[in-house]
Design a protein around this ligand. Sequence first.
Ligand code: PLP
Length: 371
Amino acid sequence: MSYAAYPILLTPGPLTTSDRTKQAMMKDWGSWDSDFNQITARLREQILRIVHGEDSHVCVPLQGSGTFSVEAAIGTIVARHGHVLVPSNGAYCQRIAKICKYLGRKCTIIEYTEDKQVLAADVEQALVKDPSISHVALVHCETGAGVLNPLDEIAQVVAHHGKGLIVDAMSSFGAIDIDARKTPFDAVIAASGKCIEGVPGMGFVIIKRSTLEKCEGNSHSLALDLYDQWVYMEKTTQWRFTPPTHVVAALDAALQQYWEEGGLDARGGRYRRNCHALIEGMAQIGLKSYVDPAIQAPIIVTFLAPNHPNYDFKTFYAEVKKHGYILYPGKLTTIDTFRVGCMGHFGDAGIPGAVNAIKETLKAMGIPAHA
Ligand SMILES: *Cc1c(COP(=O)(O)O)cnc(C)c1O
């Protein structure tokens, strides 16, 4: 089966990768081998460059899915008696709160509904009210509903109060600008299989060097101790424990393509075009997006499910898949939705093709447009 015959993933990761990225996984690497360790060094340097953090931050890669890196960052950076403020407008914010609970880090939540942005003024108010808060943990693009949170505004407030900021930028890193020279942060967390369009299997945390230097002994976990991972990597150029070699090689290839495409502006531009074409196309077949376009991130779009007795997500999903597109279930608790991703290596025909597949599927299910 040729790669081209696989369905296109319109999901928030894993996502569709290029043939070149897949081909990069056809070689086995030894973890001690200097050629492999040069790849690791190159990755770390390039990832820092994406956020202009070369002078102030370091990049610590970690095995595992993105959540492993989020958990590692909180465990490494927040002292055991620390206190984390989590402004929450969705599932990934809730996951951070859950991590804090598991790790025994005190946590205070500011609750929003999933269609709202986090507001810097609310963060400020919470910091004023409770000076024991040591860190704010913010999700940049809340992939649950697809809302973009105002990172820079919040970062300025947090810095003004002398608190730490940990950013889950998993689904925005590489496509939406984050500039370490202008936006103060302690840590930005992302992963291989999102906007950089590598394959899943590793994350990375960009940490302010002066912060990380003080983090020895914070972590409750050996495998998730980013301080230890950093010190070892600096000393030996190697990963502490078995690296996901094929994932690293694929990410290296994906980064080469990222720069060839034109870096952040080009990647973000492509996703914005996809997002726009998607929302427009779906509106034409009567499907409404859930998030106000003013706060919609160009990463993933939540659509209201058709209000019709013939609709059920499983059948809808299976039919759209037959047309060559993989959709994603909704993650909202109160209303029936589904999600369509804007990220991944697929051509300009991808989104119109998906809209057409959805249109044909609804017709076959006997669901009229504007149901
Ligand atoms: C994908 C994602 C994660 C990580 O999820 P994993 O399933 O562990 O890869 C974390 N936060 C956000 C905002 C994400 O989009």
